[in-house]
Design a protein around this ligand. Sequence first.
Ligand SMILES: *Cc1c(COP(=O)(O)O)cnc(C)c1O
Length: 402
Amino acid sequence: MSDPTLPPSGRGYLAIPGPSVMPEAVLNAMHRPAPNIYAGELPEMMPGITADLKRVARTDGHVAIYISNGHGVWEAALANVIAPGDQVLVPATGHFAHGWAGMARGLGAEAQVIDFGKSAPMDPERVAEVLRNDTAGRIKAVLAVHVDTSSSVLNDIAALRQAIDSTGHPALLMADCIASLGCDVFEMDAWGVDVMVTGCQKGLMVPPGMGFVFFNDKAAQVRAAMPRVSTYWDWTPRANATDFWQYWNGTAPTHHLYGLRAALDLIHAEGMEAVWARHHLLARAIWAACDAWGAGGPLRLNIADPVHRSRAVTSLHLDPPQATQLRDWTESNLGLTLGIGLGMADSKDPDWHGHFRLGHMGHVNGHMIMGLLGGMEAGMKALKIPQGDGALSAAAGVIAGI
Ligand SMILES: *Cc1c(COP(=O)(O)O)cnc(C)c1O
């Protein structure tokens, strides 16, 4: 079946920050008849899948799997440790932090947001300050988004843990790694993260539909002290399943599991360090091109300091409506789909058409990134958007390692 919005030949590239490009190995693994869910291969795959998921998250803790998207595991994680009337503290560096805070409120929690804007990382010291002032110990958890996919800011979760520890406050540290896991360096145990949530459709390269909640023993104790948790959201039986159905509290996401198995094989064959290094190299190529374009035109990276930029997603700005024009041009002329700006401006604000994003998470390599950048350059030329010289050469230099 052909998509009328794409040119008729060649492969398209969906360069949006999730869902990400799916490897052939994942697609092929999913192409099969309905498997038996009561015995045989599928139930037997589970111990290996959970062990390999924990290797991606760098944890010896527990993992509960849900048939859900990222929003679903936001709720799953909160439902296990946050009761109505509890307080959570949310350092916000973009759209998604506000979304998680809103969900906590929907579950009856009081969510206190510290807003760091849309172009800067959080300051762990300000989080510590609020915790120090919470002498009654009412704040039960800090909800921190590792990479906010709207702003593309990368937050320093290890520094946040140290800041929390410096106060002696017992609040749980809960991290949203939905955009970052399998792309940006993340060490759940070494960094002292108590709860981490992610989805399968970004760095894990599987179609949307599965979400994961990782938790440690400290979080399990908080769960044990909850007045009640719905049997569906409860992570305890899912993380300690002995029967296959208990992992899901019902029917398993059969084909997703085959896809996930293939994706985990790809990730661990490459190695976590190599996966992270590849994402860093490709991100640096993108940043080099953007710096060169921006030296002679309106393009600018949303996050000025490379230390605070994600390796999975890049948020950019042009003079409105150039961002929308560029996205339209590359999609209809090249089959290259760039991401919309999300949460950076209201959709009725003209500036909405100045924001856009690049997804470079998961199944990406050098030629795809050079194609992405070449396509953007062609689009800017076609639209007569001023641009500095040497962007593609700078990106190629990064990829070439010179
Ligand atoms: C994508 C994303 C979400 C939301 O995930 P959905 O699967 O769209 O529900 C939440 N947080 C972050 C950081 C994300 O990148």
